[in-house]
Design a protein around this ligand. Structure first.
Ligand code: PMV
Length: 317
């Protein structure tokens, strides 16, 4: 093996986190921040991790056992035997390790790419995505695959889980500014997904109506993106947030940050990712609006990331 390196994008789910688990179409974007993995030979068996990513307090500690499981799953999927010669893995990059921005998926994709580079395996993006999906299982149990897909391919993606997942690129002429606001709360996506499942089983009719509207919103949002109708897109994001509140995956902090962003002029704002904490996202085309919304959130003592949706690999490699 030689030294290897690889990147994986952070992601923001623009529409239909949670609903996506049940086959409802979702829209997800790579963001301009990414994780870099470096791999090199290690003189003992197994792996040695040096996690240099900036992170939300406690994130790395709380995710450590899931992360270990995730690496093991990926080694297995790649057919790597580390029982004699191990690997040292270093994680870095400008993606903060936090809940809701695809930190786990970005790390899986970056590590899969770095290992492929190091062992000189000529893997397609599709294969990298499959390996990263395997790694995501260490964190989520049964992930929909939306995160690793955005993290692997970059850009803006229409993703629908199914027997064979639908992965379609949505073209965006130029990346569009967004603000991601961090509640500072590390959350457990698996627990959030399980909660939705239980409530859905108890309230089938109510949930069916919510799910139908979520599906409808995905199609309207795709059209709005294609038409560059960002005001309309923002309204659809607001409506999507309402649906996420109805299935009880928002939180007091998320709703607070969402309202701050809207009051500061964001075209739309919603939670992003698993919810119950983690991150929210505001649509803020143009640097001026982006700064204004980020400043309003920061004034309340919360951290933000100013980035774009539609980031592609050509921009960073
Ligand atoms: O918590 P995150 O950012 O990994 O996002 C999870 C997205 C969900 O739709 C809630 C779960 C999934 O597997 O798609």
């Amino acid at each position: 093996m030689k030294k290897g390196h690889g990147i994986g994008f952070g992601k923001a789910i623009l529409f239909n986190e949670h609903f996506v688990v049940y086959g409802i179409p979702s829209i997800v974007s790579a963001i301009g921040n990414y994780t870099v993995a470096k791999v090199e030979p290690y003189d003992k068996s197994g792996f040695n991790l040096d996690d240099k990513r900036l992170s939300t307090p406690k994130y790395k500690e709380e995710k450590l056992s899931q992360q270990t499981e995730s690496f093991e799953l990926m080694f297995k999927k790649m057919g790597l035997d580390l029982s004699k010669n191990g690997v040292k893995i270093t994680l870095e990059g400008n993606l903060v390790a936090a809940s809701g921005i695809g930190a786990s998926a970005a790390s899986c994709v970056a590590v899969a790419r770095a290992l492929a580079d190091s062992y000189e395996l000529d893997l397609s993006d599709e294969q990298i995505n499959e390996i990263a999906y395997e790694g995501e299982k260490g964190y989520h149990g049964t992930p929909s695959g939306v995160d690793n897909t955005a993290s692997t391919y970059g850009g803006l993606i229409w993703f629908q889980k199914g027997e064979k997942n639908v992965i379609d690129r949505i073209s965006l002429l130029n990346p569009v500014e967004i603000v991601i606001g961090n509640t500072g709360k590390v959350t457990d996506t698996k627990a959030a997904v399980d909660g939705v499942k239980q409530r859905k089983e108890k309230n089938l009719k109510k949930y069916q109506e919510i799910f139908d509207r979520a599906e409808n919103i995905a199609y309207l949002a795709k059209r709005a993106i294609q038409d560059r109708a960002y005001t309309n897109l923002g309204k659809l994001m607001n409506e999507n947030h309402k649906l996420l509140q109805q299935i009880e995956v928002s939180s007091r902090e998320l709703d607070f940050l969402v309202s701050i962003a809207r009051d500061a002029g964001a075209l739309g704002a919603k939670l992003t990712g698993g919810g119950l904490g983690g991150n929210m996202l505001a649509l803020t085309p143009g640097k001026e609006l982006q700064n204004k919304v980020a400043t309003a959130i920061e004034k309340e003592g919360f951290q933000t990331v100013k980035t774009v949706i539609g980031a592609s690999r050509e921009n960073v490699e």
